[in-house]
Write a protein that binds this ligand. Structure first.
Ligand code: F0G
Length: 507
């Protein structure tokens, strides 16, 4: 669909409140009597009651869930830090906009508002809607992987992106900078692509490169950002070589914040201009709107007409008609507003500020976490915390189960369990064994974060009690979603016993 670069109808009056005070944000608020800490620039107006089960019932729940936090029932979870996907708090403006949705199979006014907003902020020509990020990955792989033995160089894979690329017969080649795989570092942009490695690949295998993928806010290595300078360089190299650049903008909100705060050349550039510049550097920008824009859905932004025509044929086949692509019109309205709100520093600073607080508090307790603090969540380094558990026994998965037992907090394993076996059945060991504690945007309070830190600290002090896990049911594809595991000894009962000794009858 062709995007007119006019302002979306809702923009001027609707966002007046958001635009005020532009340039200032909570990071700049100093405290008089205590150390600086994150301060919410929003208030809570709708709440959801939480339930913290007693520890015996938590042990029962995780056992029923096959020690896989994906299989826990939300009613048994206290703080759900599984993901930020579709779980970000929405704003009053987003909810209000949902009521203005224009329900229509074809030609919905809601779609044109979203299309115009996307054209305005990314400066891209066409927008093709899809039901979520992985649908975009499936379509992009289908359109761009056209031959045998193709490769897709990228900073780092994301689970669903890799699964779709493999499904169409191509191979993921990771060319992240070395520092990206070091859990502890002070490199501000650990998600950067090693451009020498990219040039070398172009020299040796140019004809096999289906496309180059850049993932903003690199998920699996701890939500680590990519610098604008790196994206520019990669884009330039690929343009010269005639290679298509695909930007995964799902975690762009955090990445924008880090470009603004960590990249000297951009500290005075408005977020709106940074976003637009990024949109110009890729041939295709896709995103999960479950993350970017705090709604549910996704889409592909395309500059070239010929590429748009190829995607256009597939959208009605797999997603829905071209003016909704599988999304509900209400979510599309919320997304239009959510994307505009992403240009507000207070909005995009909230999660990184909370994550940074959590990372520095845990570091002060000598608990191994991924540094520097990234976006998405706080990432515990399970390889170090549970160094007595070999990777074949899934230390990050064991840490996820243990943390749930001692706190009711649900995190997500991001390590060997999240990898896929090779076709010959061998199990690749992940570069990192992380327990991700996602902080969905604007959802948790600082006291909930403090409770989390407290329970992690207790678990760390008792880490020698934690043992490994083994599969009892192992699906072939994306096994971490529904695989079931069991502890390799009675370590979970021992952990519960020690918790009761230390905490008495406290939940
Ligand atoms: N790309 C990135 C970087 C992601 O983090 C995700 C999803 C996707 C693509 C796929 O988008 O879920 O809308 O299909 N990440 C979620 C997570 C699932 O929990 O990290 P989707």
């Amino acid at each position: 669909m062709k995007v007119k670069h006019g302002k979306a109808k809702l923009s001027t009056a609707h966002f007046a409140g958001v635009q005020k005070g532009h340039g200032k944000n909570m990071a700049e608020i100093k405290f008089f009597g205590s150390a600086d800490m994150p301060l919410e620039m929003h208030k809570v107006r709708i709440i959801q009651k939480l339930n913290l089960l007693p520890i015996d019932e938590r042990l029962e729940s995780i056992t029923e869930a096959g020690n896989n936090t994906f299989l826990l029932k939300n009613r048994n979870v206290f703080l759900d830090m599984l993901t930020d996907s579709g779980t970000n708090a929405m704003s009053d403006r987003q909810l209000a906009a949902m009521m203005t949705a224009d329900d229509s199979y074809a030609g919905s006014e809601t779609f044109y508002r979203l299309e115009a907003k996307i054209g305005e902020i990314f400066g891209t020509k066409h927008f093709l809607p899809a039901h979520q990020g992985r649908a975009c990955e499936s379509l992009i792989s289908q359109v761009l992987i056209t031959g045998e033995n193709q490769i897709v160089p990228m900073n780092y894979h994301f689970t669903t992106a890799k699964a779709h690329i493999s499904r169409f017969g191509a191979e993921v080649v990771e060319i992240i900078i070395d520092e990206g795989l070091r859990a502890k570092s002070d490199n501000p942009f650990k998600g950067n692509i090693n451009t020498d490695a990219l040039k070398e690949l172009i020299k040796t295998r140019k004809k096999d490169i289906a496309f180059v993928r850049i993932e903003a806010g690199t998920n699996l290595i701890g939500g680590q950002p990519v610098s604008m300078a790196n994206i520019k360089e990669v884009s330039g190299i690929c343009r010269d070589a005639g290679i298509i650049v695909v930007l995964d903008a799902s975690l762009l909100a955090d990445n924008l914040y880090f470009i603004k705060t960590r990249e000297e050349a951009y500290k005075d550039v408005p977020i709106r201009d940074i976003m637009r510049e990024l949109g110009q550097l890729a041939d295709i920008t896709y995103f999960s709107a479950r993350k970017l824009g705090c709604a549910r859905g996704g889409g592909i932004c395309v500059q070239r007409d010929d590429l748009m025509m190829k995607f256009r044929e597939l959208i009605p086949l797999f997603e829905g008609f071209l003016t909704y692509g599988g999304m509900s019109v209400r979510e599309m309205e919320a997304l239009t507003v959510g994307l505009e709100e992403t240009l507000d520093m207070d909005m995009i600073a909230q999660a990184p500020q909370f994550i940074s607080h959590m990372v520095s508090e845990l570091s002060a307790l000598d608990i191994p976490v991924v540094t520097p603090a990234g976006g998405l969540g706080c990432h515990l380094n399970a390889k170090e915390i549970l160094s007595h558990i070999p990777q074949e026994k899934y230390p990050a998965g064991a840490l996820a189960a243990a943390l749930y037992i001692v706190s009711g907090i649900r995190g997500m394993e991001r390590g060997t369990l999240s990898e896929q076996r090779e076709p010959d059945g061998t199990e690749p060991l992940a570069n990192m064994e992380l327990l991700r504690l996602a902080l969905p945007r604007r959802v948790f309070t600082l006291s909930q974060v403090k409770y989390t830190i407290d329970r992690i600290n207790w678990l760390y002090q008792n880490r020698e009690l934690v043992g490994g896990l083994k599969f009892t049911e192992e699906p072939k594809i994306l096994r971490f979603f529904f695989g079931r595991l069991a502890p390799d000894s009675d370590w979970q009962e021992k952990l519960v016993k020690k918790f009761k000794e230390d905490f008495g009858n406290s939940l």
